[in-house]
Design a protein around this ligand. Sequence first.
Ligand SMILES: Cc1ncc(COP(=O)(O)O)c(C=O)c1O
Length: 471
Amino acid sequence: MSTVIDGMLSAPAASEQELMELESKYCSWGDTVHYLEPPKFFERAEGHYLYDREGIPYMDLQMWYSASSFGYGNPRLNEALKNQIDKLPQLACQYLHSEKVELAAAIGRLNESRFGQAGRVHFNVGGAQAIEDSLKIVRNSTGKNLVFAFMGGYHGRTLGASAITSSYRYRRRFGHFSDRAHFVPFPYCFRCPYGKKPEDCELYCVDQFARNFETEYNSFWDAKAGESEFGAFYAEAIQATGGYVIPPAGYFPALKKVLDERNILLVDDEIQMGFYRAGKFWAIENFNVEPDIIVFGKALTNGLNPLSGLWAREGLISPDVFPPGSTHSTFSANPLGTAVGLEAVRMMEEENYEEITRRKGAYFLTQIRELQRRYPKVIGDTDGIGMALRIEICQEDGYEPDRELTERIFVEGMKGDLDARGRKTGLVLDIGGYYKNVFTLAPCFDMSEEEIDLAVELIEQLIRRCAPERI
Ligand SMILES: Cc1ncc(COP(=O)(O)O)c(C=O)c1O
């Protein structure tokens, strides 16, 4: 063994202090770890709890940004992974294995039944990589580099995905992104970008989008050629990182009508909201529109071996137009991922997750609405669909975002000293939203009503600790 590292590897497990010293010297800080200071170590995970090195449980209400919706250590999915390790653990992606084909067929058939469209599935590893693949399909089929995307939208951090992600912070230090999306306001009705009210706005925001194509001088449309400069519109049906923002019912059908008139594809990013997070297999199913491309990742493998992918209509992805070698990644369609993904999709077919997520989500939403009623000087808005829920933390007026209080509540939850009916506990929350003042709740689908009650009690303890002057 190398003399440089063998001392460390043969020594007893390092203390947390020693690990922190190594981390501060050898780990890149370019990821998101140091959002919390000091960063937190976890040792074990089970169900909807993470356990730190002292064994203190932390109830997790974000479940790895919805990647582990079916619970940490889900026995059925873990078993699928173990079986595959013993059977076919590795295989170069240029060869076939049955789980890949069956998983693609399952998703293809499901989409055929949902949207009445034949299509094919193309796998990759991470979400942003699948977004990149979808950009290639859009460019290949439309011949256009330019796309629309939503303000508040998030599609990942590779260069292509960053170019269509709304936050300038994610791009600022990395030079010019020439194919940056044109960003369009999302229907965030609590903070309507046009100052309208959903009761009587008549989807003014869609009208504003449609106006872009009224004349060539609005810059998007060549009326003589009957052609838009844009190939696709990238949308999350429910904005995830943007703060679990739910659009009004008529929005997507109205938007799709405009897109169809202009031959612009609708690419639906389901990476965070897919697989029942929003009460349906795909979140877009809540809105009565048929996308041309669906991109997915995260919960397909419950956060086990990563697997992402996309489904596209046959005309966009058939081998005639998207031939072998159009994209490639060594780990795409890896057999550990496809085996778990296939078992997860079987599980979703067998269990009624639509009923489960709608019933539990409605129960959770009632509880947080009650919290909002009791703490109007802290919570400005609550909303939810399926088990995707939001709590928007505001100043005393119930509207101005309170980023600082949101951060304080988050940090306090990570201290691990809340009282869970006599047991010392932490609470894992995730902050999202345009103003970083929204708790985006993605609870585990297995939580019982009693556990949801406990979660709400813990949130209340945090509010009372962090904003005593406003209760
Ligand atoms: C909606 C959405 N799209 C894309 C991504 C990027 O996925 P990944 O982090 O796996 O690259 C994410 C990740 O949070 C996401 O929420």
